[in-house]
Design a binder for this molecule. Structure first.
Ligand SMILES: [Zn+2]
Length: 119
C-alpha cells in the first residue's frame, strides 16, 4: 500500500467517523469547532511525522531509550518540536510558539523535573 493510499484511507475514516457522529447527535458540528479540530489533527499528524523522521535518521534513539529514558524523551521531543515548527511554518500550518512548546514539555512526566528554558 502506498503512503497516498494510507493517507486517503485515514482521511476517509475521519470523514466516515464525522458522518456517524453527526447522525448520532442529530446535528452538524459547528464550523468553528470543526475547523479547530481539523487544525489540531493536522498539527498532531505533522508532530508525529517529525518523531518518525527522528527514528528514521537516528535509530540509535532506541538504544538511548533503553539506557536513559529521560534523555531519550528529551532528544525526541525537542528535535521533533524544532522540526515541527520549521516544517509547519514553511507550509503555512499552525505551530506552537516556543513558549507553548515549553509549557507542554513541562507537563511530560519524564521532563517535568528538568529546567528547560528558551532564551
Ligand atoms: Zn511528541
Amino acid at each position: 500500500m502506498s503512503i497516498e493510499n494510507s493517507i486517503n484511507n485515514i482521511i476517509r475514516n475521519i470523514v466516515r467517523a464525522y458522518e456517524l457522529i453527526r447522525k448520532i447527535i442529530g446535528k452538524n458540528v459547528s464550523d468553528n469547532i470543526l475547523i479547530m479540530i481539523l487544525k489540531e489533527i493536522e498539527h498532531i499528524a505533522i508532530h508525529e511525522l517529525c518523531h518518525g523522521a527522528l527514528y528514521t535518521i537516528y535509530p540509535e534513539i532506541n538504544i538511548i531509550e533503553n539506557k536513559n529514558h529521560v534523555l531519550s524523551e528529551c532528544i525526541n521531543e525537542i528535535f521533533s518540536r524544532l522540526l515541527e515548527t520549521y516544517t509547519s511554518s514553511k507550509i503555512g500550518a499552525y505551530t506552537h510558539s516556543f513558549d507553548e512548546h515549553l509549557h507542554e514539555l513541562k507537563h511530560y512526566t519524564l521532563l517535568s523535573k528538568l529546567n528547560i528554558r528558551f532564551k
